[in-house]
Design a protein. Sequence first.
Length: 79
Amino acid sequence: MNDEPKSPAEMKEIRLHRKRTQEVEGIKAMAEIAASDIAIRKRTEKLRALRLAKEAEDLANPPRTEGQAQSESQSGEEG
């Protein structure tokens, strides 16, 4: 690096360049965060839909217990 003292104009240019770089990096970071947020929301929506569909199916077709299965098979034999 150059250790010579910088003139005020050079220092101003360095600060301006640093500020512009930070602004660009900030915009990129915010875009990445927004894209990540959208992806999370889509994934959550998909998982919620799958869970609700499974819950609806479970309500429509409740699982049979062993006691229910045995009583149904016995009642069918008697008739």
